[in-house]
Design a protein around this ligand. Structure first.
Ligand code: FES
Length: 158
């Protein structure tokens, strides 16, 4: 079945469109709203729905979608673990941390664990360089991590 925004989602998108001078400026928040309603990822159906609702060409929405890593191009687990592997975090072990989580959970980057709980991604700077290494799990930041501390945090997420 084709993706459709809920009435609450539609109202939020319409509110975002009024918030800015041009409706194109509302593409990012609208994609975020639609992604949330589509189980955490964006597909062609989501782009089509936003194009219809916002009256913006699909290609324009697609450009924005493809540019930002905060939008997922395939399904993710209940907990989307985004480990920063940019310079400051890498210098403090961010890459090793990301690999450790994949090894412990026996999953490849960007895949979903068989129980549907986790996806591990490597991402660019999340703006918390002073507390490297760090990761974002859904909407929360976890900082100054060791591989063991990060794994313990994930074990506590049911
Ligand atoms: S380099 Fe990791 S938060 Fe900036």
């Amino acid at each position: 079945m084709a993706f459709q925004l809920s009435s609450a989602g539609l109202a939020k998108v319409q509110m975002e469109m009024k918030r800015y001078e041009t409706k194109e400026s509302a593409i990012i928040p609208s994609l975020y709203i639609a992604q949330g309603e589509n189980g955490g990822w964006v597909n062609v159906e989501v782009i089509r729905e936003l194009s219809r609702v916002m009256d913006i060409p699909e290609a324009r929405i697609n450009e924005v979608f493809k540019f930002y890593t905060m939008f997922n191009q395939k399904p993710v687990g209940k907990y989307h673990v985004q480990v920063c592997t940019n310079i400051s975090c890498s210098l403090e072990g961010g890459r090793e941390l990301a690999k450790h989580l994949c090894k412990e959970l026996n999953v490849k980057f960007e895949d979903v664990t068989p129980d549907g709980r986790f996806t591990i991604s490597r991402v660019e700077c999340l703006g918390s360089c002073g507390t490297a290494p760090m990761m974002q799990v859904n909407d929360k930041y976890y900082e100054k991590l060791t591989p063991e501390a990060a794994m313990n945090l994930l074990r506590g997420m049911k």
